[in-house]
Design a protein around this ligand. Structure first.
Ligand SMILES: Nc1nc2c(ncn2[C@@H]2O[C@H](COP(=O)(O)OP(=O)(O)OP(=O)(O)O)[C@@H](O)[C@H]2O)c(=O)[nH]1
Length: 443
């Protein structure tokens, strides 16, 4: 509760607040608190009845001059010292039942700070918050405890004495307050008992309602939806059951000019992936530019630069289908300048075709490098594709036409140390599906 300390020039200002307070009391009268009369009017009536100068006592806390009849400070609520010391001398002018219900209550025990008005609630005596306060902080108020009774204080307004029906201020004595609290305790216990009884009745009603609800729910024929039969999604099914082809990334690698693009174009043409019109166009344009042998390769090498240089520069992508797979052809560049592009395609590969040029000198160059003193690209690509986890490799011995389909040359190539390492030895290690049938893209 905010305490008002009147001092100095603010005194007049505070009295201006008192004027406002009178207005507030008029409002209270209109809202049903007709029994409560403002103390100012009471003072005026007292003045009218007696012209004698009232005896004042000064509050030890806020030095406010209070009327002799006041047992506590009108300003800050602190009890008059003489009253505290000899409370038994103060007479009880009104019984407990005469206390207005509009009044609030505050109690302060000796253990609290001296003469500090205790916190009061905004509710009246019968309010719950008041009951909680009394039961928690001050379960019992005896004659040794200081108590004050005033109006609601949480609004910051001046404490007012409780006014009886005959407009005589009730002087609160310790005994009066103790009796009052005892009365409220009894009322609180009785109200709690009645409340408990009411709660018990409510609980019984609720439990019966709940049981009825459960019975009603059991009687209602709720159509429970049957759990749907589990159906796996398409991607979970095997290829044969779903009819969806699995994707197979097939990288075409090998020595530069070994015929990778030509082999890919030939394969697409045989499978009908290249229309006759496009094939005729490629043959015509390649012939016009003096590169007639690249007609199939242009199906993959579509850029102007690639066609002009006659080399694959980027990974060309084409699609074809088998009975089980949707094959993605990744035609990789064989030139050493584009090895990074080769690697980008090789990292995506599930399987690979290693194209070997069977023509004289080209095969040896691809195995042992130029002059037979280094590692050729055929061997490099085989090792590279294996390092990316590709375990299925087809070795396509190409350009057989260039060697006249020589069986001896084919056997030489097959048993050669490098090809045997790339095919048979690797097959023995982890590779599978080696394609050893000699063929030519021109066949
Ligand atoms: N004689 C003959 N020549 C072929 C065969 N396959 C490809 N060639 C020729 O080999 C040359 C290179 O063919 P490409 O298909 O471009 O070879 P590549 O491996 O794709 O070349 P890069 O991608 O640049 O490494 C072309 O002139 C082709 O005509 C074949 O089976 N026989």
């Amino acid at each position: 509760m905010p305490r008002k300390v009147v001092s100095g020039p603010d005194y007049d200002d505070d009295y201006a607040d008192y004027e406002d307070y009178e207005d507030d009391y008029d409002d209270y009268d209109e809202t049903g608190y007709a029994d409560v009369k403002p103390p100012v009017k009471e003072k005026e009536s007292s003045k009218k009845s007696s012209n004698a100068v009232p005896v004042l006592w000064k509050c030890s806390m806020c030095t406010f001059d209070n009327h002799e009849t006041m047992v506590y400070c009108e300003m800050c609520g602190v009890f008059r010292e003489s009253f505290v010391k000899s409370g038994k001398d103060v007479s009880i002018k009104e019984s407990v039942n005469g206390i207005s219900n509009n009044s609030g209550t505050s109690a302060l025990s000796n253990s609290d700070s001296t003469k500090m008005p205790a916190k009061t609630s905004t509710t009246n005596f019968d309010g719950d918050s008041e009951r909680k306060y009394a039961s928690t902080s001050h379960d019992k108020v005896n004659s040794t405890q200081l108590a004050s009774i005033g109006s609601s204080s949480s609004t910051g307004k001046k404490k007012q004495p409780v006014i009886s029906d005959n407009n005589v201020p009730i002087e609160r004595t310790p005994q009066l307050i103790a009796d009052h609290f005892q009365l409220k305790e009894d009322q609180g216990s009785s109200s709690r008992a009645s409340s408990s009884a009411q709660n018990k009745g409510s609980m019984e009603t609720l439990s019966s309602d709940i049981s009825q609800l459960s019975i009603e729910r059991n009687n209602v024929n709720v159509a429970q939806p049957l759990p749907e039969e589990y159906k796996p999604e398409g991607w979970m099914l095997a290829d044969q059951e779903s009819g969806v082809l699995s994707q197979l990334n097939l990288a075409i690698v090998g020595h530069v000019d070994s015929g990778k693009s030509t082999l890919s174009g030939r394969l697409l043409h045989l499978l009908g992936k290249i229309s006759k019109r496009d094939m005729h166009k490629n043959e015509k344009e390649a012939k016009e530019k003096g590169k007639g042998s690249f007609a199939y390769a242009w199906a993959m090498d579509e850029s102007t630069e690639e066609r002009a240089r006659g080399v694959t520069m980027t990974v060309a992508v084409a699609y074809l289908e088998t009975k089980k797979y949707r094959v993605v052809l990744l035609d990789s560049p064989g030139h050493k300048d584009f090895v990074p592009n080769l690697i980008s395609g090789a990292t995506q590969a599930d399987a690979a075709i290693l194209v070997v040029d069977a023509s004289t000198g080209s095969f040896e160059s691809g195995m042992d490098g130029e002059g037979g003193k280094s590692v050729g690209q055929t061997k490099e690509h085989a090792q590279l594709i294996r390092s990316f986890g590709v375990e299925q490799l087809i070795v396509a011995v190409n350009k057989m036409d260039a060697i006249g389909y020589s069986k001896d040359r084919l056997e030489f190539i097959k048993v050669s140390r490098v090809v045997s390492l790339g095919c048979y030895r690797l097959l023995a290690a982890s590779f599978s599906g080696c394609f050893k049938a000699p063929h030519s893209s021109y066949m």
